[in-house]
Design a binder for this molecule. Sequence first.
Ligand SMILES: C[S@@+](CC[C@H](N)C(=O)[O-])C[C@H]1O[C@@H](n2cnc3c(N)ncnc32)[C@H](O)[C@@H]1O
Length: 200
Amino acid sequence: MSDAAHWDRRYGEGEENLSWHQESPTVSLGLLDRLEAGDASVLDVGGGVSALAEALLARGTDDVTVLDLSAAAVEALRTKVGADERLTLIAHDLLTWDPPRTYGVWHDRAVLHFLTDDADRDRYRAALDRATAPGSGVVLGVFAPDGPEQCSGLPVRRHDAEELAALLGPGFDLVETRREEHCTPSGAVQPFTWIAARRR
Ligand SMILES: C[S@@+](CC[C@H](N)C(=O)[O-])C[C@H]1O[C@@H](n2cnc3c(N)ncnc32)[C@H](O)[C@@H]1O
């Protein structure tokens, strides 16, 4: 699943043609508000060229990190946002990344669902544990049980809110769950499950 070339090719097609493209990260921002994240530092894993980083910077968050497997995505985001010392960009595979610090919020829209293999999910969970601290928020968004079986041509594991909460386990308090019907640029509807939680 950690195929950087696949993602580089997808980002080469142009942002507006990507099925996951959205003009505004409305659900993400709403869940950050529910977590009362304020100006807490945010790590967006698999952030691609999402508008979330720009939206956070515009809201005054002065510590935003976007990590993505695709160097093409990271460069496209760098070009889009422009020089901003408040933004850290990291081109790396999340599953082999050793977080150098902790963050106020771990945000993931549509990366976790590619992890169909239990060993990869364990790696994801280990990175999340290292990148968060007691009090950190976690926002996860993945395809819902009635969502598509594939994303970007790759198989996905679909989740309901209970499964996402179980992945985090008893060390996290669930703050909110949401269902979103994402409308792709071509007009398809993709149901998402979201949760917001806080580490104890
Ligand atoms: C469906 S896209 C979602 C992008 C972004 N979160 C958004 O909402 O626009 C999935 C993203 O995850 C990235 N990705 C896939 N596997 C990854 C991995 N192992 N480590 C880091 N990023 C990964 C891809 O490059 C891509 O940018």
